[in-house]
Design a protein around this ligand. Sequence first.
Ligand code: CTP
Length: 329
Amino acid sequence: MIKVITYGTYDLLHQGHINLLRRAKELGDYLIVGVTSDTFDQGRGKLNTRNNVLERVEAVKATGYADEVIIEDYVGQKIDDIQKYDVDIFAIGSDWVGKFDYLNEYCKVVYLPRTEGISSTQLREQTQDTYRIGIIGSGRIARRFVPESKIVSGAEVVSVLNPDAAGAEAFAREFGLQAHTAFDPFIEGVDAVYIASPHPTHYEYAKRALEAGKHVLCEIPLVLSGTEARELYDLAERNKLVLLEASKTAFCPAFNHLVTLVKSGVIGDVVDVKASLSKMVAPPTRELDPAQAGGAMNEHAPLTLLAIIKLLGRDYTWQSPTRMARICA
Ligand code: CTP
């Protein structure tokens, strides 16, 4: 008996999926379909699937081509599955050509023709409004945002704002965006902003964007005082807008798994959290310049505090490192 295995998300199951499953089934006698778990997809940037894993499994079963459906939940699982199920052929669409050649060591790898003109991404885009995002600031961090935004359905970066015209134009040219040097025309053309400008400007930009009725994602540190933070969160709530500090660690699956493991009591009661963050940087850079809103202190403290507050809650007491060393001794 020839066993074939294939994998996919199968969100909003469409004709391309059905063709692929039929072709995969025709390669052998028994077809195993690996459907990605929701967390696995989130971890690889597929954030906007419409169907949850149970619905996607049901949709694959309903095609009638799968003899067995399994869940794909971790990187490297394909090798484990091929060995566990004694698979002869690994099949996948031609959009992946070359990517799975490493599996040839374990079974035959076949790239099947992809159906042109249809994809889950396309279906999601047709049935939802796309949020137009404008970036404020065109420095180091903003550069990473544009390529990463491309793998998120329902969001499109459309413009950049920088009072320095040369900076705005160079960035806009590189990423195919509209360049702005003035706030008002910039904010009119977007639904949400991502603030990646120098720290002391965050408060003012966030406030103006919220007042204009736009959602705000703002780089760490959101603002430089509790009063400013409270004011902005009140404003966002009043205007029914999202205001979020761009702390990717807070959404990182591994970090959240750590928090849930600790909360489950697996290591007992947590009485102390030591969190530190190190970064090797060469001067001149803002992290090493206390004159730039505290330098590394304000830039990195939100991340270490995140670990402490998530694990201990807000009702914690602070011990100096010397006192802690004495307690531990
Ligand atoms: N597939 C295909 N033809 C299409 C779309 C997908 O043959 N038009 C194949 C893929 O190559 C893969 C399987 O179907 O082998 C499952 O792919 P999946 O990623 O779930 O489908 P997409 O529609 O490509 O999803 P997305 O747009 O979210 O990437």
